[in-house]
Ligand binder design. Structure first.
Ligand code: TYD
Length: 204
């Protein structure tokens, strides 16, 4: 979908800082954009997020709850913003379902596509920025951080499966994915993201 970009990556790669830098840049340059996140982005979605991140459940239930939150999010936030010609930047989206539920939980990509296809109304992002850092490296950077949700409590093996899942997705969707290797300096990382999005004509 034109005007729609998602940002993906493993836990602790600095995704939220980069989203904030992008927001500040677009505000500074007067480019109208809506920033949102998954799971969440709507009232119902935020409630579903609480359940997802705190309650134990099986992989099938988990995948459906992410899809339910996504359906609401698309309907109430993403499509209306695109109709108003605003850029939409979303922190995590379907590729997180592919990586976490599809690869790491083992449901497989086909099942995740099936579960999401009715929910998504073909609303795929035009581009997906993937911050490519292995969880083995990002965890080192995160020392001292309070770990408080169900996904963050998962094992290193689980997070490596998520990471390898993202690498598979990169191969599956080479046109859509923009791979950014984070630099030690967060501002340098942002320069890479900004340049990639300008080159593709997504932002000015
Ligand atoms: P969040 O605190 O937003 O994580 P982060 O700051 O790393 O983005 O929590 C979202 C968690 O939900 C994160 O561990 C990824 C996971 N997730 C899925 O498993 N499937 C999905 O479809 C989405 C959108 C997120």
């Amino acid at each position: 979908m034109k005007g729609f970009v998602t940002i993906e990556g493993c836990e602790g790669v600095g995704k939220s800082t980069q989203v904030r830098f992008l927001k500040e840049y677009l505000e500074r340059t007067s480019q109208a954009a809506v920033f949102t996140r998954e799971p969440g982005g709507t009232q119902a979605g935020e409630k579903i997020r609480e359940i997802l991140l705190q309650k134990k459940m099986g992989a099938v239930c988990e995948a459906h709850l992410f899809a339910a939150a996504r359906a609401e999010h698309i309907d109430k936030v993403i499509l209306p913003a695109i109709k108003e010609n605003k850029l939409v930047i979303c922190d995590r989206y379907i590729d997180s379902s592919f990586a976490y539920q599809g690869f790491a939980r083992g449901l497989g990509i086909e099942k995740v596509i099936q579960i999401n296809s009715y929910a998504m109304q073909n609303c795929m992002p035009q581009y997906t920025v993937f911050l490519d850092m292995s969880p083995l490296n990002s965890w080192r950077r995160q020392k001292g951080k309070v770990i408080d949700d169900r996904m963050e409590k998962e094992t290193v093996e689980f997070h490596l499966k998520v990471y390898n899942g993202f690498l598979e997705l990169l191969k599956m969707y080479p046109q859509r994915f923009i791979r950014i290797v984070p630099h030690e300096d967060k501002l340098q990382t942002f320069e890479r993201i900004k340049t990639a999005l300008i080159e593709r004509g997504f932002i000015n």
